[in-house]
Design a protein around this ligand. Structure first.
Ligand code: BES
Ligand code: MN
Ligand code: ZN
Length: 502
């Protein structure tokens, strides 16, 4: 899909999208076109009784073929229900809906006329920017591995935005593109098959951000062994692919010495479960077990592209959890980078082993102001809250509130769960400082978070369990089936709203 801007005008042979309100009254430039067509548009609307009466549907439109006196071959009049109350996210969804329409009718040359589309709480420029973001995000597709690309699939839809405000819009569009590119990178990393997107390949992708001003360093097994990262390293022992820890630094704050905020991602390129092998059915889903690292890499891309005024560290622990003759056995004891020892009772509870060393490293090396980790950590979080919310676990109320707020704005919602000493006790081990699974039955997502907390000192920290939100089995308003990149928009908003400038 290709997006262009221009001043208001008509174009021969193109398809136009204009808007009306819930009472079917044309808005903004639509009114002007109606005049030019000598009311052909409004008369067509009026003659469609059911369109006139429908107020409840969120996605509603009418088609006008060969409109009189206008140069378009077709006009879609899109009904905006309750436009006054639209939020930023509603405009993203509007963009997603418009894309569904364009795709459904296979339109290739479309002009959208947004002038006059205005909510009470969102500025015109912001509303159109959000709509464009929605259009772009919804248009994602991954076609790399089809050996034959048919022409239909190749054909690119041209979407043009004609408005009197186009010069002001173009500036905003830079931010929209930065978010779109970050989200696209995350979705690509998550969608790539695990024989391709191995830990070294993920590290290479992190390193590719050097081009846009991110400082990147990558530790391999040798360096991590020297540092004593026995917890992270224990996970990759069964794999042919070398484990990596990639560190990305973006210094956008005017004070380069200001303490950074840090994002840490679980990057298990494939999770077989290890010796505690997973059942075959559904195992293919475990290619998205690197989703947390995918979000951190894509987020760093967005922040760098839009030159965020914040100092940000991204750390991703990259490993493959595979079976093999060197693989960790249930009951092995390993020593983490923090010095604490861990009895590995279940090799399928590997994410926490990776994050333990990544968290400790981030905290010790960068003394961050706060840490947020993202991980497809537990199946239990899906049992608890399904696929609409991600789980939030934190030692800090203010940080939790900021994350929840940003999540609401972007419709990447979080639900906070409790942490408590009583849960912490459930991971005590009779032979080491802790064990990697709980000895009790319930609260699997909480005991996993308690495990992580043992690798966090006093620093404000939040853990997002994104196991249920990283991959969608159904199409969402601004995301096709598959990798969602849940977390990129949320954390980008978290940074811009609360951690930039000051
Ligand atoms: N990667 C999985 C969690 C997961 C499950 C992510 C489903 C996405 C969808 C994680 O490593 C895992 O295997 N967790 C175990 C923990 C258990 C052994 C304590 C689980 O959830 O079953
Ligand atoms: Mn696992
Ligand atoms: Zn896993």
């Amino acid at each position: 899909m290709e997006i262009q801007f221009s001043n208001l005008k008509q174009e021969k042979g193109a398809i136009a999208i204009i808007f009306c309100d819930q009472n079917s009254r044309l808005i903004g430039y639509g009114k002007r076109l109606d005049q030019l067509s000598k009311k052909h548009l409004s008369n067509t609307i009026k003659s469609d009784d059911s369109f006139m009466k429908r107020k409840s549907k969120n996605f509603d439109y009418i088609m006008v073929h060969n409109p009189h006196n206008l140069s378009f071959s077709k006009i879609y009049v899109f009904k905006l229900k309750n436009i006054k109350n639209y939020s930023n996210r509603d405009f993203q969804i509007l963009g997603g809906n418009l894309l569904s329409l364009i795709k459904f009718y296979k339109e290739y040359n479309v002009i959208i006329y947004p002038d006059g589309v205005k909510a009470s709480k969102v500025s015109f420029i912001n509303s159109i920017s959000e709509m464009l973001l929605g259009l772009l995000l919804a248009s994602y597709k991954f076609t790399k591995y089809f050996s034959k690309v048919d022409n239909k699939r190749k054909k690119i839809s041209k979407i043009k935005i004609y408005t009197n405000q186009f010069s002001r819009l173009e500036k905003n569009y830079e931010t929209v593109k930065a978010i779109h590119e970050g989200v696209t990178m995350t979705r690509n990393l998550v969608t790539e098959p695990p024989n391709v997107m191995t830990p070294p390949e993920l590290a290479k992708n992190a390193a590719s951000l050097e081009k846009i001003g991110v400082k990147v360093s990558v530790l391999g097994e040798k360096e991590m062994t020297k540092l004593g990262m026995g917890s992270l390293l224990s996970v990759g022992r069964g794999s042919e692919h070398e484990s990596k820890l990639a560190i990305m630094e973006w210094k956008g704050h005017k004070n380069k010495k200001k303490k950074p905020i840090a994002f840490i991602g679980k990057g298990v390129s494939f999770d077989t479960g290890g010796v505690s092998l997973k059942p075959a059915g559904g195992m293919e889903e475990m290619k998205y077990d690197m989703g947390g690292s995918g979000v951190v890499i894509g987020l760093m891309k967005t922040l760098a592209l839009r030159k965020a005024k914040a100092n940000v560290i991204g750390v991703v622990g990259l490993v493959e959890n595979h079976i093999g003759n060197m693989a960790t056995r249930p009951s092995d004891v390993v020593k983490s980078y923090s010095g604490q020892t861990i009895e590995v009772l279940n090799t399928d509870a590997e994410g926490r082993l990776v994050l333990a060393d990544a968290l400790w490293y981030t905290q010790e090396k960068y003394k961050p102001e706060l840490m947020v980790d993202l991980a497809t950590l537990t199946g239990a979080i899906i049992i608890a809250i399904g696929n609409e919310y991600a789980g939030l676990f934190s030692n800090n109320d203010k940080l939790s509130k900021q994350l929840e707020d940003a999540g609401k704005i972007e419709d990447e919602k979080l639900w906070r769960f409790p942490l408590h000493d009583k849960f912490d006790k459930m991971i005590n081990s009779p032979i080491a400082d802790m064990q990697n699974i709980s000895s009790g039955r319930g609260a699997g997502s909480i005991t996993a978070a308690q495990f992580l907390q043992r690798f966090v000192n006093k620093v404000p920290w939040a853990h997002l369990d994104i196991a249920g939100t990283t991959w969608s089995k159904t199409k969402l308003p601004t995301s096709p089936k598959g990798a969602t990149a849940f977390g990129v928009k949320l954390l980008n908003k978290f940074v811009s709203k609360y951690h930039e400038g000051k």
